[in-house]
Write a protein that binds this ligand. Structure first.
Ligand SMILES: Cc1cc2nc3c(=O)[nH]c(=O)nc-3n(C[C@H](O)[C@H](O)[C@H](O)COP(=O)(O)O)c2cc1C
Length: 188
């Protein structure tokens, strides 16, 4: 990656639900991405449940493709529902597949976290867990702003567009900070 090349962001939604607010938040991020950033949504649905016997026998091609997509990106954008106070099983399963040797693809990447929920806290509890998980994989997570999209049903319109202006401003600022952190680390 050269200094001038756009920051390539792989976006992972922790919800497989059609109409997922978290996937919609990623679509909003694509719309709000600053200059010098390209965001691509990666579909986690094809990933099997993690099984270490399978890993030892050789990563399935869908898993290898996922690992390669992470490796080819500069940064990760996470948008996950909070399930029972933590990240969704869909996202944790994907992270687990990507976390094993060889060539651990998350190592040294940057990341930003957003999250939407029906409740008032907007995934605050699960984002804390995700930051902790990422620390063990040597991922540099942007500190601020925290983007908690609580009461999600009121923040998107019927067409799925993120309409809440303060939330749009937070997402935009977070993406700018992700771009700047990634470029800063790239220069080292
Ligand atoms: C299994 C399950 C557990 C949930 N646990 C929480 C929770 O701990 N905190 C919360 O705010 N919402 C919780 N919810 C509600 C989700 O915030 C809500 O379903 C949200 O829309 C899911 O995100 P999505 O729209 O991207 O699918 C839970 C939903 C499910 C299905």
């Amino acid at each position: 990656m050269s200094d001038a090349s756009p920051v390539k962001v792989l976006a992972l939604s922790g919800s497989l639900r059609k109409g997922s607010f978290n996937t919609l938040a990623i679509h909003a991020a694509k719309e709000l991405a600053p200059p010098g950033m390209a965001i691509e949504l990666y579909d986690l649905a094809p990933l099997p449940m993690y099984n270490d016997d399978v890993r030892v026998a050789g990563y399935p091609s869908v898993v290898q493709a996922f690992r390669s997509a992470i490796a080819a990106s500069d940064a990760i954008l996470f948008a996950s529902p909070e399930y029972n106070y933590s990240v969704s099983g869909v996202l944790k399963n994907a992270i687990d597949w990507a976390s094993r040797a060889p060539n651990m693809p998350f190592d040294g990447k940057t990341a930003a976290i957003i999250g939407a929920s029906g409740g008032a806290l907007g995934t605050a509890r699960s984002q804390r867990d995700l930051r902790w998980i990422m620390s063990g994989l040597n991922v540099y997570v942007v500190n601020l702003p925290h983007v908690y999209i609580g009461g999600a049903a009121q923040k998107f319109d019927a067409a799925g567009k993120l309409t809440d202006q303060p939330t749009r401003d937070f997402v935009k600022q977070l993406l700018e900070n992700l771009r700047d952190l990634t470029v800063k680390l790239r220069a080292r």
